[in-house]
Design a protein around this ligand. Structure first.
Ligand SMILES: NC(=O)C1=CN([C@@H]2O[C@H](COP(=O)(O)OP(=O)(O)OC[C@H]3O[C@@H](n4cnc5c(N)ncnc54)[C@H](O)[C@@H]3O)[C@@H](O)[C@H]2O)[C@@H](O)CC1
Ligand SMILES: Nc1ncnc2c1ncn2[C@@H]1O[C@H](COP(=O)(O)OP(=O)(O)O)[C@@H](O)[C@H]1O
Ligand SMILES: [K+]
Length: 484
């Protein structure tokens, strides 16, 4: 399990550690030592190092790293955005000056660019967690110069330009091959655009005693911490114990959506997987997957009485046919998983219900909050909390760094890959969530376990097929194996 913090908490932790007697300069030197050790282990042949330093303590990390590199015999050039430094960063600057280091002001982008062309590796120490406003034009141009150069980058604490809280950037951000992050793991490294900019993340606690009473924004676990929570099967197991799931959706032309959910639900171990769908789909659905029990819309009320859990939305549609099914389902008090079009129906007449799991992607989250997906992505943590507050239950906000929130705990799943951005991938997740909840897990555990297993199955598949070959129908058998 790892804990994820935002910038304000990270600053508070930093301050407390210093207040308790650990000098800031010592922490800075340790951070710099890890930066330099990362240079040595990942770029052992680098001879010429360029260190890009801002005016804050992030710049201080860079200056202290420059000192280690210089003492180790590397050819080091330091570019300073501004000489206006203070505190520990100023001490590091003075130490470096005493070594007659090559320190230059960043006042000519052309000179910087030429130097970068002769460099084996860049240390990015321009901005850390102190970045709190949009970058000015000069900083944007500087970062773009770095990003268009072939020179590899190690970022100190986080890629400069990235928002430690949300994973958005403040105009643009440095694209690093490695990011060495210190004291806390920042949530923005793991969600939204963060993973695109960070490269490989290395965490260093700087041998400090982290204060325990600051609760993190979110946690992240390993897949194998969720798997043991899946109920085990007794020798005299029978299908009545494994949950009866009713899936509702699959309007005309959208049979595939409900079919994918149903297949995932079956492979996740549900005792009975039943479908209410367009009448024309009933025979093909059964022919393709004989284990499924398929019913026409007229059988909905009867089947609601005979099921443990309802999953509503994949391929449901938004017309009268869909609306009638939605009305009947929403009035029923079975536990419910809402996905896809069901979320759009829910947004029309919001109801607070603790017995539900909502699975929006950012576009659907925007509908639920009457917002737009760009704003959702810029503050995914804020968005999932707002949805949960408005609608209740457990919410899964999908996308890179999928979040799961129950009003109390926030989990971030770091697994998954961009090949998952293909129609039908979310329908598969719905089936897994429904099956695990119906099998007796708590809704939060079912949601987390399903998200991790779904993403892990997609990562496994990606290794075999690549991104383009990763299609949702390949996932259910892999999901079955991961569930066991
Ligand atoms: N004890 C410590 O002091 C430690 C600090 N550490 C480093 O210190 C960093 C935090 O240091 P700071 O709080 O000084 O923050 P930063 O080094 O991120 O920089 C803040 C500076 O950048 C300026 N700034 C913010 N947004 C800007 C923008 N858009 N355009 C131009 N300038 C902007 C601020 O006015 C301020 O001067 C961490 O990220 C980490 O790298 C680590 O060395 C761990 C220990
Ligand atoms: N870039 C990505 N990285 C990780 N996971 C992703 C990425 N893009 C999509 N996903 C995952 O793929 C699934 C897509 O779901 P969704 O958008 O609802 O698809 P659909 O509605 O077509 O079934 C979600 O689980 C989401 O988290
Ligand atoms: K940085």
């Amino acid at each position: 399990m790892i804990a994820l913090f935002n910038a304000q908490q990270s600053k508070e932790i930093d301050r407390r550690i210093i207040d308790e007697g650990e000098p800031g300069l010592k922490l800075m030197k340790r951070a710099a030592w890890h930066l330099f050790a990362t240079v040595q282990s990942h770029y052992p042949h680098a001879q010429k190092l360029l260190v890009l330093c801002g005016t804050g303590n992030n710049g201080g990390d860079g200056l202290a790293c420059a000192q280690f590199a210089l003492l180790a015999g590397l050819d080091v050039s330091v570019f300073l955005s501004n000489e206006n430094m203070h505190g520990d960063a100023l001490s590091c600057l003075n130490e470096l000056k005493a070594l007659n280091a090559d320190i230059r002001p960043l006042n000519d982008l052309e000179v910087f660019s030429q130097e970068l062309g002769k460099t084996d590796l860049l240390i990015d120490a321009l901005f850390g967690i102190g970045l709190n406003r949009p970058l000015n034009q000069a900083s944007v141009q500087l970062i773009e110069t770095v990003n268009t150069s072939p020179c590899p980058v190690i970022s100190a604490d986080l890629p400069s330009g990235l928002d430690a809280d949300s994973g958005k950037h403040f105009g643009c951000a440095i694209k690093a091959e490695h990011t060495c992050t210190f004291l806390t793991r920042k949530v923005g490294l793991y969600t939204h655009l963060g993973p695109d900019f960070c490269g490989q993340i290395h965490y260093f606690d700087l041998h400090a005693n982290l204060p325990q009473h600051i609760s993190p924004v979110a946690y992240s676990h390993e897949l194998n911490e969720w798997q043991p929570l899946i109920p085990t099967l007794s020798a005299d197991n029978h299908k009545g114990r494994m949950g009866h799931v009713l899936l509702v959706g699959g309007h005309r032309n959208m049979m595939g959506a409900i079919q994918l959910s149903a297949s995932a639900c079956l492979h996740s171990g549900a005792g009975l997987t039943k479908i209410i769908s367009d009448t024309q789909h009933l025979i093909p659905l059964t022919q393709q997957q004989p284990e499924l029990m398929c019913y026409p819309p007229e059988a909905l009320s009867e089947q609601l009485r005979q099921s443990d859990l309802l999953a509503l939305g994949p391929g449901l549609g938004l017309d009268d046919w869909s609306g009638q099914l939605y009305q009947t389902c929403s009035q029923n008090n079975l536990p419910k998983v809402f996905d896809a079009d069901a979320l759009k129906w829910l947004a029309k007449t919001p109801v607070f219900n603790p017995q539900q799991i909502l699975t929006p992607h950012p576009g659907e989250a925007a509908v639920l909050l009457d917002s737009d997906s760009r704003r959702i992505q810029q503050d995914r943590v804020g968005a999932i909390k707002a949805i949960q507050k408005k609608y209740g239950g457990v919410v899964i906000l999908k996308g890179k760094g999928s979040l799961i929130y129950d009003g109390n705990r926030l989990e971030l799943c770091p697994l998954g890959n961009p090949g998952m951005a293909v129609g039908g991938m979310g329908d598969v997740l719905t089936g897994v969530v429904a099956a695990l909840w119906a099998r007796g897990m708590t809704p939060f555990e079912a949601a987390c376990t399903a998200v991790y297993i779904h993403a892990a199955a997609a990562d496994e598949c990606f290794k075999e097929t690549g991104a383009a070959g990763l299609i949702p129908s390949l996932l259910p058998p892999k999901i079955g194996r991961l569930i066991g």
